[in-house]
Design a protein around this ligand. Structure first.
Ligand SMILES: [Zn+2]
Ligand SMILES: [Zn+2]
Ligand SMILES: [Zn+2]
Length: 240
């Protein structure tokens, strides 16, 4: 018995609803859209145009992929972060990681470019911080409180010392040996641009995976990315 041609159930589509890959009364193309997007008329492009803005600051594309536009979603899948970290920063981060166990007594000089304060800058998880702060994090663990800064025992921070044995966490009040390292990493309410307070951060963690991160973000009027960082303790790590 010859197979009978049956038109796709999408109005105006004359493709065969029995062709390979078809299903639920739709031709293959419309069936794929139905499966992927829940609607045979919704293509990915439509999906992106109708979504919320992409969570990446400064990106004006619409999101449709876990809060990111397609390009940023792909980068997020590939690098674990929607913004590609440049080779420069990757080299610097690798250099710090390679010297965490350095045990020489002399100052260990930062071999890359430095800012006006003599300190190098690294970028980790999309945030910039001074190289001494990053070294202090790796060598001695996170700061005991948001007020603690990476300080030099040798007083040679301005000369680019990054010897892990010369670094310690200290509060600016008790830090006589050296100027404080001003990391720009978000440290909760200590940063006056922080939109959230401690109670809200606790609430976001309590909600956990019971809500979509995108919806939590909308609820607190912050980006998807902010929620992700809080829940994975990449920010507000010190808050219990
Ligand atoms: Zn069709
Ligand atoms: Zn984007
Ligand atoms: Zn030193």
């Amino acid at each position: 018995m010859a197979r009978v041609f049956k038109a796709c159930s999408v109005e105006g589509c004359n493709r065969d609803a029995h062709e390979p890959g078809s299903g639920r009364g739709c031709c293959s193309r419309h069936y794929q859209r139905l499966r992927k997007n829940g609607d045979p008329l919704k293509s990915k492009i439509n999906r992106e145009q109708s979504g919320q803005p992409c969570s990446v600051d400064g990106c004006d594309k619409r999101s449709g992929y876990h809060g990111f536009c397609q390009a940023h979603y792909k980068r997020w899948l590939k690098y674990g972060h929607p913004e590609v970290v440049s080779d420069t920063f990757r080299r610097r981060v690798r250099w710090v990681e390679a010297h965490v166990a350095y045990d020489g007594d002399d100052c260990l000089k930062w071999p890359f470019s430095v800012g006006d304060n003599g300190r190098g800058i690294v970028q980790v998880d999309g945030r910039q911080m001074t190289a001494p702060r990053f070294m202090c994090l790796l060598a001695h663990g996170g700061p005991p409180s948001p007020e603690h800064e990476a300080a030099h025992n040798c007083g040679k921070g301005h000369e680019g010392c990054i010897n892990p044995q010369h670094l310690r966490w200290d509060t600016s009040a008790g830090n006589h040996a050296d100027k404080v390292e001003h990391g720009t990493i978000i440290r909760g309410e200590a940063v006056n641009t922080a939109k959230l307070n401690e109670d809200q951060v606790r609430e976001i963690r309590r909600i956990g995976s019971s809500m979509e991160r995108r919806d939590i973000a909308a609820m607190f009027d912050v980006s998807y990315w902010t929620i992700w960082e809080i829940q994975t303790r990449r920010s507000w790590a010190w808050l219990i």
